[in-house]
Design a protein around this ligand. Sequence first.
Ligand code: BG6
Length: 481
Amino acid sequence: MSFDLVFFGGTGDLTWRKLMPALFQAFRHGKLPPGGRILAVARDDRSDDEYRSFIHERFNDVESSKRPSEDEFARFAKLLHYRRMDLSQPEHYARLKAWLDERGADTVVLYLATSPHLFPVICEQLGAAGLNGPHVRVVLEKPLGHDLASAQEINRVVRRAFSEQQAFRIDHYLGKPAVQNLMALRFGNALFEPLWRRESVANIQITLAEDIGVGTRGDFYDRTGALRDMVQNHALQLLTMIAMEPPSTNDADAIRDEKLKVLRSLKPFTPESVTRDVIRGQYRAGTIGGKPVPGYLDEAKVPPGSATETFVAIRTEVQNWRWAAVPFYLRTGKRLAERDAQIVVNFRPVPHPIFLGATRANKLVIKLQPEDGLELHLLAAKGTGNDELLTPVSLDLDFDKAFPTERVGAYERLLLDAIAGRLNLFVRSDEQEQAWRWVEPILEAWHRDGSGARPYAAGSYGPPAASALVARDGYAWAEEF
Ligand code: BG6
């Protein structure tokens, strides 16, 4: 199956930082289908060779295990092409079409790695130029909207030129191996599913903690904030995977129908419940890994006095028979104590304890990063003669060790899926809009309430109010007990 992959925004950060390294890994692993061409388009004039040199140099900024050798790059570079394009000029699209038609690849993937404000003009021009035939797919990179209305507008524009089956909306968390493993854990094994419900589960915690700050993206981040940047997409997608009903098949729409039902079942927010169940924070100076780091307001390009949140903790519920009254806690933030993304399923304690001492309920920890694995926490008798007191033990599964050579990174996986036309790990427009519908009352309540974000020290786990949110139900975050 031959393919042409076109990157709009071909010289941008996303392309050289994430997409080219991911494609190179696919190439190195022999996973890229043969007969492929990669075309970068951008505003400035370059030859194919100049573009290849540009990408070659950029690979120096990629982690060393992912850098090509000279020989590998020389082979990979043969796939790379470059064309100058002014995205507002119809004749430039006609030229692109001629270039693609000349070869007539089986599949054409158009990856919009540009700022989203260019999506409308690009989609419109692609449609007008006839670059939207059934063999064409369009990949849309986040941020997909700033609120419900802008997300709907992007979807309207995309729909004018492409069908839903042609639209591949990226949420790179869905490409992470641990997230795919979550599907395998739940629907490829019979063990947990009978327990995966309110009768056995006390609460579920989703933490997406980062130790990095906003870096050089202060201006973008300040307009966005943690709720839009991490919760509306990544955290909610994880929640849907945890809470969904078993799909009837492993097909994209069977899965996405079930995920949509979860999003529709999330307890809607009111101004009162936002005040009660949503905590926003902003980091102040602190220490991470022994090094002092500045506060958010001292970061480059952050406007003075900004009230933008760099941390959010939310308590919500999935209002259906399976999950009624089970708290789901979501939490994400920058400059937290460590980089740690995990989902903790806290089970209910035994109904009638017969052993002495404190008992601990079982928990299953699904680790997304930095490690990718599972931990099942149990209680055991040590066999030292005093087995009345049980000892906490855990069964650990490290997927990187279990599958040492086979692992594929998130962007690599998603690019290969887009080329192959597999939509399972991409977000459908109705899911994306429903997620916006759910977060919008939070944005509105914050807009009205001038009290701003609560300060927290860099290197902590967020403001103390986030602990109080969980303690109110008689629970604690995973690192607190
Ligand atoms: C992106 C956000 O979507 O995800 C970034 O815009 C964030 O702010 C990043 O740092 C986190 O991704 P990962 O894969 O490093 O956890």
